[in-house]
Design a protein around this ligand. Structure first.
Ligand code: SF4
Ligand code: SF4
Length: 351
């Protein structure tokens, strides 16, 4: 993280767009995004932001508005890319993606206000070099013009998708992830960043903190989501951990139990024959607590579609009677039919 920060603050030039402000950004799987203005369409090109949203979250974005949770030991890592795959080399006008490191999650593409990041099917690509963007010396005047243009871009509506949801797209994500070394904090970091780009507030437990065990808290006022993120461990532990988390939040932070929406986020769903699905049903029947299940792949699918998914509005509950979130994801994606993903248990357990 520090390496990236240092590189992008030592900048000599700043991008100025030479044409009208875009009205709509259109994302296209496996080709550059375009933007529209006054009936015209142009290819989106990186403007070398002074404040590159594709690389960092602001301190305000890494906070919850609920002051009762101010004491939560939150991780302050502000990296957008959970794989450290976006670099901004000294002397370059724009950042670039190290394709071998990139797992194609699409988080950075969600952040770019002009849609300059697209997927070539294997990794994210920062598209640069269109003649509508001119790089000028980073003088005060040029920086002010740049910042004014960026503010107009933040208001722009995005449509389309980063990638088609398919077995091939999920295959790239999971295979590349499986081939790389990640840090211990990686599962929490990528899940936090996905919840953030889907329009929620989200903080994660500081790395190494052994006194607090909730992995993530997701804010969508008045709902407070809590998440156990289990990429490697036995998923059966997760429902039990969630019950601990609810007790801690209620007893120590004064959060009403009815306000808490619990999630278990795994890499892939456990097999239907494991106790996991039955335990979720038992907890619902006996305690009245509905624990929602999500997977990394499912969250990426939502992010690829440039949807906003506030957690208070969705229902990803599944248990032994109906161990699937496929219908729920289809509903969020405006009822578009999703393919059967036979090789990966990201929407339902493998048959
Ligand atoms: S890729 Fe997008 S967010 Fe990143 S520097 Fe370029 S224009 Fe800015
Ligand atoms: S797609 Fe994901 S892994 Fe690739 S550069 Fe963007 S944020 Fe990083």
């Amino acid at each position: 993280m520090s390496k990236v920060f240092k590189q992008q603050t030592n900048r000599d030039t700043v991008g100025i767009r030479l044409i009208n402000d875009p009205e709509l950004i259109c994302h296209n799987p496996q080709r550059e995004s375009t933007y529209e203005f006054n009936g015209h369409s142009c290819v989106s090109s990186c403007v070398g932001c002074m404040n590159p949203l594709c690389m960092r979250f602001s301190p305000d974005e890494l906070k919850l508005s609920d002051e009762r949770l101010n004491e939560f030991p939150a991780d302050i890592d502000d990296s957008v890319c959970p794989m450290n795959a976006i670099l901004w080399e000294r002397g370059d006008s724009t950042p670039s993606v190290v394709s071998e490191r990139c797992i194609n999650c699409g988080i950075c593409a969600r952040r770019c206000p002009i849609g300059a990041i697209y997927s070539d099917g294997n990794s994210a690509v920062v598209h640069a070099g269109e003649k509508e963007v001119e790089f000028r010396p980073a003088t005060q005047d040029n920086i002010e013009t740049h910042n004014r243009q960026m503010h107009a871009l933040y208001e722009c509506w995005h449509t389309g998708q980063y990638l088609d949801v398919s077995e091939a797209s999920i295959d790239v994500l999971y295979k590349k992830l499986g081939e790389q070394q990640t840090e211990a904090q990686f599962p929490n970091l990528i899940i936090r960043n996905l919840f953030l780009v889907l329009g929620n507030q989200c903080i994660i437990r500081r790395r190494g903190d052994v006194y607090f065990r909730i992995d993530a808290i997701i804010g969508d006022n008045p709902v407070i989501g809590i998440a156990e993120v289990e990429f490697h461990k036995d998923s059966l532990e997760s429902p039990r951990a969630i019950l601990d988390d609810i007790a801690v939040l209620s007893a120590r932070y004064g959060i009403d139990k009815q306000q808490i929406k619990p999630f278990i986020v795994s890499l892939e769903f456990p097999n239907i024959r494991t106790e996991y699905w039955r335990v979720l049903k038992d907890i619902r029947d006996v305690l009245g607590i509905r624990i929602h299940s999500l997977s990394l792949g499912a969250l990426c699918m939502l992010a690829w579609k440039f949807l906003n998914v506030p957690i208070g509005t969705v229902d990803f509950y599944a248990d032994v009677d109906s161990p699937s979130i496929k219908d729920a994801i289809e509903a969020v994606c405006n009822s578009r039919k999703l393919p059967d993903l036979k090789a990966y248990a990201v929407l339902e357990p493998k048959k």
